[in-house]
Design a protein around this ligand. Structure first.
Ligand code: CAA
Length: 393
């Protein structure tokens, strides 16, 4: 029996219009910048402008995909996030509207911390396998926020990745084997009455590594490929150094001889993430985009993806790069967005962090460089609009 090839047919990403450098955070906290740059492996964090949120990020990421392929065949939109904007309504419904998708689309939101984009991808593969004419738009969109002056503060960030999942994909064919892990733990969570996450930082690192080992073993037991046939692994990157820690551990568990090379090779999965900060559920796919854009792997090479969501759920799976995958990419687009962000000072960063907690009805200031904006809350309804991206005074 031949199986239908299914996987990622297109991928695009977005980030916000503001940036806060970690060197400035280090100076304000009287800490060495080396702790952030080398110790956790982060240089910058993306910060949302007043009129940006997970909906505008998601629409900005997905728009180039719709522009290239049209909406024909898309009958499902799955939006994964842990930065929910409503307790009931799916954020994807706003995105569906902004992208002008037809009404015959099922739209739903998925949540399990930083893991949910992977569940969305797996569900999408199932839908496409059953209905090969259909496509699924999977979007991961998050704004990572911790309390000011907390240990997690240096690992904030924001961004979105959109992926078109289809039969006969042109970027990454996802293989069937997959390794899973779930355990009820409290390493990181965000109660409904909070806008910032609660985290036991060191413990979360321990659980991440344990989840990775269990998911890897399950992947192998279910027919997954040996470690030496996997060219690169895109780990979830709450901070890029976490991927290096994970690779070291996996090399030992899986019996990879040259673990130092495997760790240094991970650099091409970290380029974007070092500048974005933690993008929560988009993070593993930002790592994938970094790798694809680096162009260091050839057609037919195998890529591993490790997805971890605190709480905790994890999954390890693999895909094979499709012949000609580089031609599908928009290499440099996300880097251009990163370069275009306006750098903010420490005092502006703090003011914005506090202002982001406002409630009730309000109008936002027009700041975004993107084509979609969050205009504010009117009569308790979030209002979104399209805009041109011409420079504003
Ligand atoms: N130069 C170079 N390195 C330096 C340095 C310097 N001047 N100063 C310190 N370092 C190193 C330290 O040696 C340490 O390295 P190791 O981890 O290899 O030991 C590293 O920098 C970090 O230093 P600390 O451990 O002292 O840092 P910290 O305790 O202040 O914060 C953290 C680390 C707990 C992970 C914190 O960033 C945090 O709470 N982050 C949020 C939680 C998180 O990201 N968890 C990850 C797993 S959970 C997950 O993945 C889900 C998710 O997205 C949240």
């Amino acid at each position: 029996m031949t199986t239908l090839p299914v996987g990622i047919d297109d991928i695009a990403a977005s980030t916000t219009s503001l940036m806060f450098p970690l060197a400035a955070l280090a100076a304000a906290h009287d800490t060495s910048a080396g702790k952030y740059h080398r110790g956790i492996g982060q240089d910058e964090m993306s910060v949302p402008a007043d009129d940006e949120d997970i909906v505008t990020l998601a629409a900005r990421a997905a728009a180039p995909i719709i522009e290239r392929h049209g909406s024909e065949g898309i009958r499902t939109l799955l939006l994964a996030t842990e930065t929910g904007i409503d307790q009931s309504k799916a954020a994807g419904v706003f995105v569906h509207d902004l992208l002008e998708l037809p009404p015959n689309v099922r739209v739903v939101e998925l949540k399990e911390a930083c893991y949910s984009a992977t569940s969305a991808l797996q569900f999408a593969l199932g839908i496409v396998a059953r209905n090969p004419d259909e496509k699924v738009l999977v979007i991961a969109s998050d704004v990572a926020r911790y309390e000011l002056d907390s240990s997690g503060e240096a690992t904030q960030g924001a961004g979105a990745v959109a992926m078109l999942v289809a039969a006969h994909p042109r970027v990454l064919e996802i293989e069937p084997a997959s390794g899973l892990f779930t355990e009820n733990v409290h390493d990181f969570w965000r109660p409904n009455d909070r806008t910032t996450a609660l985290v036991d930082g060191r413990y979360s690192v321990t659980v991440y590594l344990r989840a990775m080992e269990v998911a890897w073993q399950d992947y192998r037991e279910r027919g997954g490929s040996p470690i030496d046939t996997i060219s690169r692994i895109c780990f979830h990157q709450p901070f890029t150094k976490m991927a290096a820690k994970a690779m070291q551990k996996l090399a030992k568990t899986a019996g990879l001889e040259d673990s130092a090379k495997a760790v240094s090779d991970l650099a091409d999965t970290m380029t974007l993430n070092r500048r974005l900060g933690n993008t929560y559920t988009a993070s593993s796919y930002m790592a994938l985009l970094s790798l694809l854009e680096a162009g260091s792997l050839g057609d037919g090479e195998r890529v591993g993806i490790f997805s971890y969501g605190s709480g905790a759920v994890a999954e390890f799976f693999t895909g094979v790069l499709v012949r000609g995958y580089r031609e599908q990419l928009r290499t440099g687009d996300l880097t251009a967005m990163l370069d275009a962000r306006r750098e903010i000072s420490y005092s502006e960063y703090r003011e914005r962090h506090i202002a982001a907690d406002r409630t009730g009805n309000f109008d936002t200031v027009h700041e975004t460089l993107g084509n979609f904006r969050f205009a504010g809350v009117r009569d308790s309804i979030r209002v979104y609009e399209k805009t041109d991206n011409s420079p504003r005074a």
